[in-house]
Design a protein around this ligand. Structure first.
Ligand SMILES: NC(=O)C1=CN([C@@H]2O[C@H](COP(=O)(O)OP(=O)(O)OC[C@H]3O[C@@H](n4cnc5c(N)ncnc54)[C@H](O)[C@@H]3O)[C@@H](O)[C@H]2O)C=CC1
Ligand SMILES: O=C([O-])CC(=O)C(=O)O
Length: 311
């Protein structure tokens, strides 16, 4: 199985690293426009192989899409990250042009691939990639919910003082500081609702910390995060390549589900060899429904800005 990652920066290289460690692809190609940069990242990752025991062949290329030909999965991580104080939405002006060109280039060389969009603002970039390529909606997946859900589990684990892996929890909605919807009502510690252990006030604090999880890291690091984003992409790619049918919150084109159409936004999906194999339309309560509608409205208004930025 072959995976291409376009954009060999912090997130792209971390994706290549995590995918190699998982041993889920025979080949990973990193592509970047910076001369020699992807080659250097690939060489550094390959020099881990003997000490960590992986057999994936990781290579790097400078803007040569012929080397990405016939990829099974292409991950788009090209574009600028935010700096402290910025929102993800502010990146649209530069990243829209990059994502559109990259999506067209990868499809020209890998017409059957499944595309995972990571660049921000991710929901709008997923929508753009879908419209620009005309691919069927099961083959364009926006990665955000996997990461946001793992941050939700992290903050719940801190509040509960229990391991993250004993907690199940999901974040739906937009991948933005104000558009995320941590589904606190459905979060559980070994099947027991977390509300049995945490007060309403504690749960609200966890949800608020989750929503600004990316901004918190950006403030600490001076640029946005990469280890957890890379691991989240690898988790998603594993479910595609190995047809695991995991339920993962992903940004996907809706066609009536959750009362929305013509929008890519985070909802629970079954992920397998065909990409998005099913959208799981869970029953939300009235407050969750209202939060989802508000989140969709914000994402939709960002999508409308594409006309201006791409003009
Ligand atoms: N969806 C999510 O959960 C997450 C999304 N992100 C987003 O991922 C993107 C990348 O973040 P980082 O890796 O931290 O940035 P970075 O600046 O470290 O790397 C971006 C790379 O893209 C390359 N690039 C720019 N234009 C290109 C083009 N046309 N073709 C190929 N490569 C190109 C740059 O040379 C650079 O190496 C950002 O937009 C960031 O906001 C970051 C973390 C999580
Ligand atoms: O915070 C950012 O800008 C990058 C990102 O999407 C995340 O880490 O969730």
């Amino acid at each position: 199985m072959k995976v291409t990652i376009v954009g060999a920066g912090n997130v792209g290289a971390s994706c290549a690293d995590s995918i190699s460690y998982r041993g889920i692809a025979s080949e990973v190609v990193l592509l970047d426009i910076r001369e020699g940069f992807a080659e250097g990242k690939a060489m550094d990752i390959m020099q881990c192989a003997t000490n960590t025991g992986f057999n994936t062949n990781v290579s790097g290329v400078t803007n040569d899409y012929s080397k990405t030909a016939n990829s099974d999965v292409v991950v788009i991580t090209s574009g600028i990250p935010r700096k402290p104080g910025m929102t993800r939405e502010e990146l649209i002006g530069i990243n829209a042009g990059i994502v559109k060109t990259v999506a067209e280039n990868v499809l020209a060389h890998s017409p059957n691939c499944i595309v995972v969009v990571v660049s921000n603002p991710m929901d709008t970039m997923t929508y753009l990639a879908l419209k620009a390529t005309g691919l069927p909606k099961n083959r364009i997946i926006g990665m955000g919910g996997a990461l946001d859900s793992s941050r939700f589990r992290y903050y719940l684990s801190k509040a509960l003082d229990k391991p993250s892996n004993d907690i199940s929890a999901m974040v739906i909605g937009g991948h933005g500081d104000t558009t995320m919807i941590p589904l606190t009502r459905l979060a559980a510690y070994n099947g027991i609702p977390v509300s049995e252990f945490l007060s309403q006030e504690e749960l609200e604090k966890v949800a608020a910390a989750t929503m600004v999880g990316g901004a918190t890291l950006t403030g600490l690091l001076g640029t946005s995060a990469w280890y957890a984003p890379g691991a989240s992409v690898a988790y998603l790619v594993d479910s595609i390549l190995n047809d695991q049918k995991k339920m993962i919150a992903c940004s996907v084109m809706l066609d009536g589900e959750y009362g929305q159409s013509d929008i890519c936004i985070g909802v629970p999906c079954i992920i397998g060899k065909n990409g998005i194999e099913q959208i799981v339309d869970i029953k939300l309560n009235d407050a969750e429904k209202a939060a989802f509608a508000k989140s969709a409205e914000a994402v939709r208004s960002m999508n409308a800005d594409l006309k201006t930025v791409l003009a």
